[in-house]
Ligand binder design. Structure first.
Ligand code: PLP
Length: 195
């Protein structure tokens, strides 16, 4: 990458207290990611100064907590380039994907529709689609992660949803290709960007 020097990872490591304290080269972010100082500080500020129920109180502290919560939603939406009402916070990836399968899926997937997954799905993301397919009489299919093979599936009129991960560059490219393929097609893509 242009402008990247070998010192940059060290600068980034300093932002993570766990790494700064232990000096480890941490390689297990896909299971548990470390939390940067700026996030720890924001959480501490919230717990020390603004902790209250969000959207469930009219007293000043609850109003402040709600404002902070909604401001975070706005900021994340603007950063990602979509609107705030479409930005939904969940406790984790499993809950988010169950939510999509249980809401969008229940409303839009019907008997005979196809849900196309790649062969590398995480278990927590396979199960919601499997349950949806079983409930709706849809067809759950697993495909190798080859662009040509996915292209065939996604251009099929009855492929309603494709799900892809973005673990590394190779998969990110695959994801971009799937988005391009489904643009204007009848299928939607659920991107598991947990990594
Ligand atoms: C690719 C992938 N998808 C989904 C999950 C589930 O995420 P969560 O633990 O946030 O529910 C994981 C967890 O490791 C994952 O690696």
């Amino acid at each position: 990458m242009a402008g990247t020097t070998h010192t940059e990872p060290l600068v980034a490591a300093a932002e993570f207290p766990t790494i700064a304290h232990t000096g480890v080269a941490y390689l297990d972010s896909s299971a548990t990611s470390q939390t940067p100082r700026v996030v720890l500080d924001a959480m501490a500020r919230y717990y020390e100064c603004s902790r209250a129920s969000v959207h469930r109180g009219v007293y000043p502290l609850a109003a402040e907590a709600t404002e902070l919560y909604e401001a975070a939603r706005e900021r994340i939406a603007s950063w990602l380039g979509w609107d705030a009402p479409s930005t939904i916070f969940t406790r984790n990836g499993t809950e988010a994907l169950n939510l999509v399968a249980g809401t969008w899926g229940r409303a839009n997937v019907g008997a005979g529709d196809r849900i196309v997954l790649t062969e590398m799905e995480h278990h927590s993301n396979l199960v919601p689609w499997w349950m949806l397919a079983r409930e709706k009489g849809a067809i759950l299919e697993t495909r190798e992660r080859e662009i040509e093979s996915l292209q065939r599936e996604l251009t099929s009129l009855r492929a309603r949803l494709a799900r892809v991960e973005s673990i590394n560059d190779e998969v990110a490219q695959l994801r971009a290709a799937v988005f391009a393929l489904t643009h204007g097609a009848t299928s939607l893509v659920a991107a598991d960007t947990i990594h």
